[in-house]
Design a protein around this ligand. Structure first.
Ligand code: ATP
Ligand code: MG
Length: 237
């Protein structure tokens, strides 16, 4: 397998504040990684740093063998880093289909293929963005990232605030995308057990630093170790 992404001693934050410190891990192509940790521990900041939206203060980010530390966000996106922010950005005044076609780039993920993966979105394809439920909006946000045909998908708390049935639907779709289609992904999630079930490996942050890494399977089997770093996440396993 070939290495897709490597972080070496990465420190970053906003303005003068340093939020993540000395973060190091790597990801092989075709693998998926769960990024876990309590609220405010720097998970979003780490994704922001990968897309170039923070002030990096130290270390290197190596993408497909090239140091991208100095690249702008648009250059990183063009290089294949796709991002679904925690805020679920979509165009509210465009329909579902238009949201997808407006940003699509050539590749395996076409708007039609996204609608196949998300039947609920297909039913709503003529609805405007602001007529969608929270779950549908999240599915559309994921779909918009997919039609950009990235080499790596960054998902920031995709299940947050969704009804249980939607959580299961979205998880099933994410599982198909990362397991069956083999798209590399880094998924931030509060619900550790659910996301460890569909990812290959995990990184746990504590106060901006890597506290624990390992295979998702192993971490799932050792919930007591996880509990030391996560406040709330075991209940729904
Ligand atoms: N734009 C910003 N400017 C300054 N500080 C920020 C900014 N965004 C986040 N922070 C600070 O960085 C720290 C980490 O925040 P971050 O959003 O990365 O945590 P998180 O792990 O994603 O939390 P959550 O699970 O609540 O989403 C927090 O102390 C937060 O207040
Ligand atoms: Mg966050």
């Amino acid at each position: 397998m070939s290495e897709l992404l490597r972080l070496e001693g990465v420190s970053a934050g906003y303005g003068e504040a340093i939020v993540i410190e000395d973060v190091a891990f790597h990801l092989e192509a075709g693998r998926s990684l769960a990024l876990l940790g309590r609220n405010g521990t720097g998970k979003t900041t780490l994704l922001n740093t990968l897309v170039g939206a923070t002030r990096q203060r130290g270390g290197r980010i190596v993408w497909k063998g090239q140091d991208i530390t100095g690249l702008r966000p648009d250059q990183r996106a063009a290089a294949g880093i796709g991002w679904v922010p925690q805020e679920r950005n979509i165009f509210k005044s465009l329909t579902v289909t238009e949201n997808l076609t407006a940003v699509a780039r050539p590749g395996a993920w076409t708007p039609a293929r996204v609608l196949q993966q998300f039947p609920r979105l297909a039913e709503r394809r003529h609805n405007l963005g602001d007529q969608l439920s929270g779950g549908e909006r999240q599915m559309l946000a994921v779909g918009r990232a997919l039609v950009l045909n990235p080499s790596l998908l960054l998902l920031d708390e995709p299940l947050e605030g969704l009804a249980p049935i939607i959580v299961e639907e979205l998880l099933a779709a994410i599982r198909r995308i990362v397991r069956d289609e083999g798209l590399s992904a880094i998924i931030v999630e509060q619900n550790a057990m659910k996301i460890l079930d569909i990812t290959d490996e995990a990184v746990v942050l504590e106060r901006g630093r890597v506290a624990l890494t390992g295979s998702s399977e192993r971490l799932r089997a050792e919930p007591d170790r996880l509990d030391r770093y996560l406040a709330v996440s075991r209940d729904t396993a």
